[in-house]
Design a binder for this molecule. Structure first.
Ligand SMILES: *[C@@H]1O[C@H](CO)[C@@H](O)[C@H](O)[C@H]1NC(C)=O
Length: 241
């Protein structure tokens, strides 16, 4: 009886010591240490913490800006890893000069004005990152079409008040285009001032975007593979949602 009591106590004591010795993630030290292994083969197993932060901290901290943070977040949130993914293949994260990354355009201040990552192979996945809203001071063009984005379109995209063009068609989005997005820039003769395209052309498509008041082009899945110019003309012909 007395022996078993003392061994339980020793067990608890050991556990306490172990807990004190393991650095907590909140200490801000642990993810970078683990991150040391991220670029290697063990990356999928051991890479914890925020990979985008780790990449910036270890590679480009001196050049970090909001735009860099958003692009690095976007990279890891859309299915790319340190070794794989369409954006990896395009050379993103190869250097710190994100204005030269394929699909990225910037203004003279190094702020992102355009993100054109339509038709990626392999396709970009997961939800559309809400982090894009941090590009609100500069982003005018956002092309995410022909990928495998899923879930709802984030209402945060409505914060992109400089937006002029947003293409979301040929994805697996659900729900409706958020009112916040339709209202960017107000209305212009009954329609949104932003050119918006989406998969909104048929009752059997789950995504809804009101043609002419919010969406300027409605694509059907059956248009995939069609000549892009022909498909775009058909989509803008106002297939009623
Ligand atoms: C990069 O810069 C942005 C904007 O200044 C900041 O919010 C973010 O925390 C920085 N990221 C890192 C990893 O330092």
């Amino acid at each position: 009886m007395s022996l078993s009591f003392s061994s339980t106590r020793n067990g608890s004591f050991l556990l306490l010591v172990v807990l004190l010795v393991i650095p907590s993630p909140a200490a801000g030290m642990w993810p970078p240490q683990i991150g040391w292994f991220c670029p290697g083969l063990v990356e999928p197993l051991l890479c914890v913490g925020n990979r985008a932060d780790y990449w910036i901290e270890s590679t480009c901290l001196a050049e970090n800006t909001t735009s860099m943070q958003v692009l690095a977040d976007f990279y890891f949130l859309t299915g790319n890893t340190y070794k794989t993914g369409a954006l990896f293949d395009l050379g993103w994260l190869d250097d710190c000069d994100y204005c030269n990354w394929a699909g990225v355009t910037c203004n003279g201040l190094g702020e992102v004005t355009g993100l054109d990552v339509g038709g990626m192979d392999p396709p970009l996945v997961n939800k559309i990152p809400t982090e894009l809203a941090f590009l609100q001071n500069s982003l005018k063009t956002l092309i995410l079409s022909a990928n495998e984005f899923e879930g709802k379109v984030p209402t945060e995209l409505g914060l992109l008040y400089n937006l002029e063009r947003m293409e979301l068609h040929y994805n697996d989005l659900k729900g409706s285009m958020p009112e916040e997005v339709c209202l960017i820039g107000g209305f212009n003769g009954g329609g949104s001032k932003v050119y918006v395209s989406a998969d909104c052309g048929r009752p059997d498509r789950e995504f809804k975007c009101q043609m002419w008041t919010c969406c300027d082009a409605c694509y059907l899945d059956s248009m995939r593979g069609m000549d892009p110019v022909e498909a775009a003309m058909l989509a803008q012909g106002g297939i009623s949602p």
